[in-house]
Design a binder for this molecule. Structure first.
Ligand code: NAD
Length: 427
């Protein structure tokens, strides 16, 4: 649950918006796939965008108006799917870019969804629990016109969690007059959530880090890792990588980073952080900034916080062998080029963090069937699917002599194009 404390966030330079980044990537891939200009235009735009301004009664009796978004990029392959983010910097452009990435991601892992994203421009840590609930319910009711289990299925993203999904599911169900568990994924198990969803994205990142290390002949035991962001994605990935024998040199959150050249004691850090909102104050490691963290020598760097963290300003200083993108859009196109020239392998977001949407899909399938699976089965299906997709991407990258990001996007975009062409243009 999001807890209330005030802690100044470190701000990292973000020069390119995520939407610009995603468009640049699409342009490059459209040329390689030889897409006709009209098809590029179609893919470069979002099918449906809803912007809502809504009032919420605050605890002191005042009224505050919030801005929220729900954007559906493309639904040629099925209902739209994508998370909901609460962050002060949420903007229409970010949501567009994130929705587009979801379209490619769902197509890449071959699940029958299109892409969507939503968000509210808010710092949820500055709200009380009851303010957060009222804001979430009102936002859910505002976007209820376009979401639904056959239309668009939200999930958690930055600063949203299973409790927030439960409030959205309940609000939507109240409006329908019956329980609709399939309207969101990432909800509590008691409401039709799935086992393994909370860990899914981080678990997938760990699996991809493992595959990428093997590919480069880096022994897993003792492979050094640096993780930016200790939330749902980074926190779980760090824990699982430490369990798998990786040496975690540094971790961070918005309050800054912790570093130990001999390896951090991850179980101790996670125990210490329980009941606290931030890592700052942990006594048994050196303090570093997020900027320094990104430049530490290591085998694997996993940015798992915000977009635009590795850009033109710092890509030349990244000393990792492999970057595994836990976050969406953490590397700008300029940085991609610099890393490529320096021989750094970048495993792209739509592959590395696809474990979340995969297990969300498993949750939705279980909800529709009202029949629930064991955790082992979920983790096995997750691993099988992620490893298979990783291999497909590596194979295409080698065959076409392109970076992994380009190959992953080529696979995803082509599947969307195939679906659009098979359906034909209406009318
Ligand atoms: P979260 O809110 O659980 O955690 C975010 C973490 O990043 C926190 O530790 C926060 O302190 C830290 N952070 C925020 N700003 C930072 C900054 N400027 N520098 C360093 N650290 C900072 O969010 P999450 O769900 O873990 O999502 C993280 C990223 O992963 C986002 O890009 C999100 O879109 C992506 N993602 C999430 C999921 C999912 O299932 N949750 C799935 C796919 C992709």
């Amino acid at each position: 649950m999001v807890t209330a404390t005030s802690q100044p966030a470190e701000t990292a330079p973000i020069s390119t918006t995520l939407y610009q980044t995603v468009l640049t990537q699409l342009r490059e891939v459209a040329a390689l796939l030889e897409l006709e200009p009209g098809m590029f235009e179609l893919l470069a735009h979002c099918k449906r965008e809803l912007m809502v301004q809504f009032p919420v009664r605050m605890d002191d009796g005042s009224i505050r108006v919030f801005s929220g978004y729900r954007t559906q990029h493309n639904m040629a392959r099925g209902p739209a799917k994508g998370g909901i983010r609460y962050h002060p910097q949420v903007s229409r452009d970010d949501v567009r870019g994130l929705a587009m990435l979801m379209t490619w991601k769902c197509a890449l892992v071959n699940i029958p969804y299109g892409g969507a994203k939503g968000g509210v421009a808010v710092d949820p840590k500055a709200l009380s629990r009851s303010e957060l609930e009222r804001m979430t319910r009102r936002y859910a009711s505002e976007i209820a016109v376009i979401i639904g289990p056959e239309k668009d299925i939200p999930a958690p993203d930055m600063n949203t969690d299973a409790q927030i999904m439960a409030w959205i599911m309940d609000t939507y169900s109240q409006q329908q007059g019956f329980s609709v568990p399939g309207v969101v994924t990432g909800k509590p198990i008691i409401l039709g959530g799935t086992r393994g969803r909370t860990e899914a994205t981080g678990r997938g990142c760990m699996l991809i880090a493992r595959e990428a290390a093997r590919e480069q002949g880096i022994p897993l035991s003792g492979a050094t890792v640096v993780v930016q962001g200790m939330g749902n994605v980074g926190g779980v990935a760090t824990q699982l990588m430490a369990q798998a024998g990786f040496t975690v040199l540094a971790v961070s959150d918005s309050s800054g980073g912790l570093y130990d050249p001999k390896g951090l004691d991850i179980p101790d850090i996670l125990r210490w952080r329980q009941g606290r909102s931030y890592l700052s104050g942990y006594p048994r490691a050196e303090r570093i900034t997020n900027a320094t963290l990104l430049e530490l020598p290591c085998d694997i760097l996993m940015p798992a916080a915000m977009e635009g963290q590795i850009g033109e300003h710092n890509a030349a200083q990244v000393r990792a062998k492999i970057v595994v993108e836990g976050a969406n859009g953490p590397t700008t196109p300029e940085a991609d080029q610099i890393l490529l020239n320096r021989g750094v392998t970048v495993v792209p977001d739509i592959l590395a963090n696809s474990g979340g949407v995969l297990v969300s899909y498993f949750e939705w399938v279980q909800d529709l069937q009202a029949f629930f699976w064991e955790e082992d089965e979920i983790n096995q299906r997750l691993e099988k699917s992620m490893v298979r997709t990783y291999r497909e991407v590596v194979e295409l990258a080698q065959r076409r002599n392109v970076p992994l990001r380009t190959a992953a996007l080529m696979l995803g975009v082509q599947r969307v194009v195939d679906a659009i062409q098979a359906r034909g243009l209406y009318p």
